[in-house]
Design a protein around this ligand. Structure first.
Ligand SMILES: Nc1ncnc2c1ncn2[C@@H]1O[C@H](COP(=O)(O)OP(=O)(O)OP(=O)(O)O)[C@@H](O)[C@H]1O
Length: 310
């Protein structure tokens, strides 16, 4: 029987005060967050922020100096059939295999007690059926990435970790991975996907965990992230009545040339509420700050290597 705690923990990755040091360098510094099922969680941070190290600790490949990680309420190392619970794509370019793609997966299946027929299912799922009998070591980057994902999906796990899955892929490959991840989240799976590019995550993630220098910077839904500290473009049927009230509430106004104006210092909800209070109809209410700008702003101080000023 599944107890209440185990049921609540199903599909969850819980990271609690996780810390990892390499010599005198702290790669991950007291990180705490939870990854939930049914959505794509983008794990963002500049190069060297500690994303890969965190993922390696989730998978028991690196040992934390302190703190803990559980998946489905359990430690990865203590799982009897880990591939059935967690699938991971780490460093996908490292397949230097003389075996065929199919044999590579068959070996993995056999050592993990997974039936052989599942190999053909995942080959089809990632679109590699036609090259299943080619040597995995001869695969292009995109094919290698698909093979890595096939391996991650082999045990049909609920929890999936993808480390920089779109790195080096062509637009078609990127589109394919995005759709796959959205589909997997739609099946109530848990996806933790790392990237150093906000533009990439903006297209895929529902939720963002942003880190810098090993520390948590933000743990936030995409929508809320967009609204935070943003400029908002407003169009209203009676500007003269609305603007003074917005200024009174702490907003500053920049008049546009086409009848619109930009409000800084108030979010869309606050502006909407003030408009309702004064009985003015809003015909447009659009946050202006792009995700990319917001991300750069948040991580500016935590980039390891910055280009010097010219
Ligand atoms: N095995 C190791 N030995 C020493 N230092 C390491 C080791 N692994 C990672 N580091 C250091 O820890 C820090 C975090 O690295 P990590 O690879 O986790 O970052 P990341 O966010 O995944 O970056 P990237 O996007 O560049 O992969 C970096 O400063 C890195 O140099």
């Amino acid at each position: 029987m599944i107890d209440k705690y185990a049921r609540e923990a199903l599909g969850m990755i819980r990271i609690d005060r996780l810390t990892k040091r390499f010599g005198d360098r702290t790669a991950v510094d007291g990180l705490t967050f939870t990854v939930e099922p049914g959505r794509v969680t983008g794990f963002l941070g500049p190069n060297g922020a500690g994303k890969s190290t965190t993922m390696r600790m989730v998978l028991g490949l690196d040992k934390p100096n302190s703190g803990s990680v559980t998946i489905n309420g359990r430690d990865y190392v203590g799982m009897t059939r880990p591939m059935r619970e967690v699938g991971a794509l780490l460093n996908a370019h490292a397949v230097h295999d003389r075996r065929t793609a199919r044999n590579h997966l068959l070996c993995l299946a056999q050592t993990n007690g997974i039936p052989g027929r599942r190999v053909d299912e995942v080959l089809e799922l990632v679109g590699l059926e036609s090259v299943a009998h080619k040597r995995a070591g001869s695969f292009s980057l995109g094919m290698g990435q698909r093979l890595g994902i096939a391996a991650a999906l082999l045990g049909d796990p609920q929890v999936l970790l993808f480390d920089e899955p779109v790195n080096g892929l062509d637009p078609e490959g990127i589109k394919w991975i995005r759709e796959l991840m959205r589909g997997l989240a739609g099946e109530n799976r848990t996806l933790l996907v790392s990237s150093h590019l906000m533009s990439e995550m903006a297209q895929t993630a529902d939720h963002l965990v942003i880190i810098g220098k090993g520390k948590l910077i933000a743990d936030i839904g995409i929508g809320e992230f967009l609204r935070q500290g943003s400029n908002v473009l407003v169009r209203a049927d009676d500007q003269d009545r609305l603007v003074p009230r917005l200024v009174e509430a702490g907003g500053s106004i920049q008049q546009g040339t086409d009848g619109s104006f930009i409000v800084t210092g108030l979010d869309t909800r606050q502006i909407g509420k003030i408009a309702l209070d004064v009985g003015v109809v809003l015909t447009e209410l659009t946050p202006q700050r792009s995700l990319e700008q917001a991300y750069m702003g948040l991580t500016r101080d935590s980039v390891e290597f910055q280009a010097g000023a010219a």
